[in-house]
Design a protein around this ligand. Sequence first.
Ligand code: SF4
Length: 465
Amino acid sequence: MATPKYHLITLGCQMNKNDSERMDAILAGVGFVSTDVREEADLILINTCSVRQSAEDRVFGFLKEFAALKETRPELIVGVTGCLPGRDRDGAIRKKMQTADLYFPTADVVQLPRWIAEIRPELVNGSDIGEDYLKVIPERRTFRQGFVTIQTGCNKFCTYCVVPFARGLEKNRPVADIMGEVRDLAAHGCAEVTLLGQTVNSFRATDPSQFSSGNPYADHFAALLWEVNQVKGITRLHFTAPHPLHMTDEVIDAMTLPAHLNYIHLPVQAGDDEVLRRMNRRHTAAQFLDVVDRLRARIPDIAIGTDIIVGFCGETRGQYLKTAELYERARFDISYTARYSTRSGTAAARAFKDDVDRDEKKWRWRHLQEIQERIVYEKNQAYVGKTVSVLVERHESPAPTDEMLAMPGNIIENLARLPGTCLGNSREMKLVRFPGGKELVGQVVDVKIEKAEKWILDGQKSSLS
Ligand code: SF4
């Protein structure tokens, strides 16, 4: 029998991507290899996201496509996992997914080999995966950057959010497991680690005795940041997503340790206290701005990103303008802005009406976008003439110009002589572009910035860091 193949589709956030790396490890462990070609897969697995309706709609689009594949290859196994089955308590969504042979929340992925074996025993050379999927060591696609989940689920129950239903209540991983994973990444040459959790800075260690005796912090998340800072080779550390309530002075202090990136993604969602209350965000606009002020007092040039929802149930134009005002005051570097849409199963869907007109939502979104673009352009000018440290993530070959096409000789050879373009993020998570060869991918490089646009800084390499 030929080696069984699987095709894994990952939608959504970094945590889903990290879960997919665990799914890769489980499937590799029972003899599967990954394929990019759907037509040749024995198993197609969709790791779904449920945060927005559009992400759920994509799953139905995929299933339609796979139903057609199954007509010619009825033995194809189609699986749906991730947040969507997690939040589908009454099975109403499952009923609409007849193409799926397997349908299970993420934590049950450890059962996947057994379920595949029940359908097609010839595909699996069985293995006992154990009970806890977070114990599975992720199969890394790249070792220069590693995502480490430190917590799953959430206790906050923001009224618009499906996460506490899809992923359950907050569950923290043991420090020993987290640090084992970080050390393993460092041993494989990883330079950058991102710690993941839904409210990552509410982390409470189940095994605090694992913190080193010299660790100066009482706050468990700050203590964890300190531990990661001690791991040789990890030179770039950050985390996502923190909750403003848990931004203690100790956490901010730990962000001044050497490995920490000069960036934080700190969701605010709205700038009006009444809207924040209905969202159950548990903080006011003033409390959020206090966190921003404390961050900037300790780390003056820190870049700050956020998440904002415009047009939440009952939000008036005046209340939205408070969000715009807060944006101007906080001078964020980036905002991932969403127009509110009802998510079934959430408290907001039960308690409130999605009553902000679609055009009004569009106007607010555009208005905020304009503020964002103006502020980030202004802020980015401060980088011109400065040198930033960049982890090169990808390389683009030069495109052939008309001049080059007219030149004598082999076009491929002519192109190969040109260095092309390197792209990567600075420590402020600004996208940086500079001329360079593909051997720089994975390296940390100093780049002197010559020109700053809204979403990209252009410069020249000055040295390897
Ligand atoms: S903090 Fe709120 S928005 Fe974030 S995952 Fe928890 S419930 Fe959802």
